[in-house]
Write a protein that binds this ligand. Structure first.
Ligand code: BES
Ligand code: MN
Length: 467
């Protein structure tokens, strides 16, 4: 049998020949402002689902746009190969809000190429990454290379708001979506010379905390000193949740946290991330964090407690001497294996209630949650993925964990019994969720090559693990 390299060469050539068209397609995709968090963009979100469905159909996939109680879910299948394994590719067509607009060099939904980068909201998170998979499949089909397996693409429109509709959709469609493994490219790698297989994601638990004091804003001169200031009460309350190194003070919080193995620590230490790079990437004056862990370990293998937003009192021009009537905070905790979002929320809630003084009324609202993900980094499919990374990027694959969350990944395990291979293409300076988000076009091209190399290897690995 011809080697993989010879067999897939026409597909790789196809990608080379069509590269500028494939960049134009990504620009077209990024031009659609599919912001799931903002109801005003609902029509754009719908249009975006139809756009990607159209691309799947043009590539030769049988494609359906499923309405849900939320945003549509797009399911596309490659032509059936009898007796071959089936893999799912997951991605999301929704994007984060682009604000603040004034910090963008070029408008978020008017994508521009500068140097090696295509700038625009959603370019790397996640449109460029799943479009790379689509194009790799298109290349295989159009060049006559074909596919040694069945692929089902699942592209949703609510990842950035917690994947609510897909969580309902998945158990209802478990038969159509049955697969041997899932491939997700919605994450990153340290740089182009260090492509990586990610085997862990953090989970998340979101909540909103509000304290109410006086029934209206009060004159701070007339009443200051007699009633508690809710903004101050909230600050004091939140300060009791975490110490100055980020260690969470909620009793029992670390009980379920799975420690890193020595093997993992050694693998993570091989990654090229250094403290000075973290300083440069973030623009922070100094690093911070739990003693005894490297930054890479802190951001991927340790839980955190973050204030995402803090609101109280007068925010307008000039000053206003009041005791605000209320204060609120949006909070998220990032969780690691084996923490459970429900248990964590209950423990945090109990601690907040214990610590809250009687001078304000506390109310807590629960938000979205995601179970952390951890899978074994060896095994035939992981090794197949490592080889594809090497071929696609021209450098050996590394192993890494990620600090971000992809809520649906644990649900794939639960409902489909399938493990997920995370094969990210984003770079640390791609500005995910920030102004000037971009996607590196070399990563785009390498990602497409990697995907071409992936399917024959993964299909062979699935056959060995089934045998
Ligand atoms: N693609 C990211 C998650 C990600 C980023 C994973 C980098 C690994 C590396 C995803 O789109 C995302 O932002 N998820 C949200 C989920 C949340 C809203 C429930 C996140 O992590 O904040
Ligand atoms: Mn995101």
């Amino acid at each position: 049998m011809a080697s993989y390299e010879t067999r897939v060469q026409p597909a790789l050539d196809w990608l080379g020949v069509h590269h500028s068209q494939l960049v134009e397609r990504l620009r077209e995709y990024v031009r659609i402002p599919s912001v799931s968090a903002q109801p005003a963009h609902a029509p754009d979100v719908g249009r975006c689902a139809e756009w990607i469905a159209g691309r799947f159909r043009a590539a030769g996939l049988a494609t359906e746009v499923h309405p849900t109680r939320g945003n549509p879910v797009v399911v596309a299948r490659t032509p059936r190969v009898e007796g071959a394994p089936t893999f799912m590719v997951y991605g999301h067509y929704d994007v984060q809000p682009p604000e603040p607009f004034e910090l963008w060099t070029t408008p978020p939904f008017d994508p521009q190429v500068r140097g090696d980068d295509l700038f625009g909201r959603g370019s790397s998170d996640n449109k460029g990454q799943h479009l790379a998979h689509l194009h790799a499949v298109e290349a295989c089909l159009a060049s006559g290379v074909g596919l040694p397996c069945n692929l089902v693409f699942l592209v949703e429109g609510e990842e950035e708001i917690g994947s609510g509709a897909l969580h309902d959709f998945l158990p209802l469609h478990r038969r159509e979506l049955a697969c041997d493994a899932v491939v997700v490219s919605d994450n990153g790698i340290p740089d182009l010379r260090h492509p990586a297989l990610t085997y862990a994601l953090r989970g998340i638990a979101a909540m909103e905390v509000r304290v109410d004091g006086p029934s209206k804003d009060l004159h701070s001169g007339l009443f200051g000193g007699t009633v508690e200031n809710p903004a101050m009460a909230l600050c004091r309350l939140l300060a009791r949740m975490r110490d100055e190194h980020g260690r969470i003070l909620v009793p029992g919080f670390y009980d379920d946290v799975m420690p890193l193995s020595e093997y993992e620590r050694a693998q993570l230490a091989r990654l090229p991330a250094t403290p000075s790079e973290y300083l440069a990437l973030t623009g922070s004056p100094a690093l911070f964090g739990e003693p005894g862990f490297t930054p890479e370990e802190q951001r991927t293998a340790r839980p955190t407690f973050e204030i995402n937003g803090l609101t109280s009192g007068y925010q307008g021009e000039g000053s206003k001497t009041i005791i605000p009537s209320w204060a609120s905070a949006k909070l998220t905790l990032r969780l690691v294996a084996n923490q459970d979002p429900g248990r964590v929320i209950a423990a945090v809630k109990a601690h907040l209630e214990r610590c809250c003084p009687p001078t304000v009324r506390l109310s807590i609202q629960h938000g979205h949650g995601a179970v952390p993900y951890l899978t074994s980094p060896d095994g035939p499919m992981a090794r197949a993925a490592m080889e594809a990374l090497h071929e696609g990027f021209g450098h050996p694959g590394m192993l890494m964990r990620e600090g971000g969350s992809i809520p649906i990944v644990s649900a794939f395990k639960e409902h489909l019994g399938a493990d997920t291979l995370l094969l990210g293409m984003a770079l640390p300076d791609d500005n995910a969720h920030s102004p000037n988000e971009k996607f590196n076009l070399r990563a785009y091209a390498a990602g497409m090559r990697m995907a071409v190399h992936l399917w024959p290897r993964l299909a062979a690995a699935a056959r060995t693990s089934a045998a």
